[in-house]
Write a protein that binds this ligand. Sequence first.
Ligand SMILES: [Zn+2]
Length: 69
Amino acid sequence: MPTYEYHCKACGEKFETMISSAEKNKVRCPACQSRNLQEVYGFNVIKGSSQAEVCQSCPAAEKGCRLAN
Ligand SMILES: [Zn+2]
């Protein structure tokens, strides 16, 4: 199951959640229960990009690969 990262526009909370794509519209902020969320696109959820796989196995990833930040 993919991990999605969200930024809550209501209170500023940032959190990650593991959900299926069908549940994306049910996500709420764990801090304030708001649904006013901005999805943060990380390197592991880039769709249709081979860069994601390259980056995850990249030896530089743990040292701060720019794609991971
Ligand atoms: Zn919130």
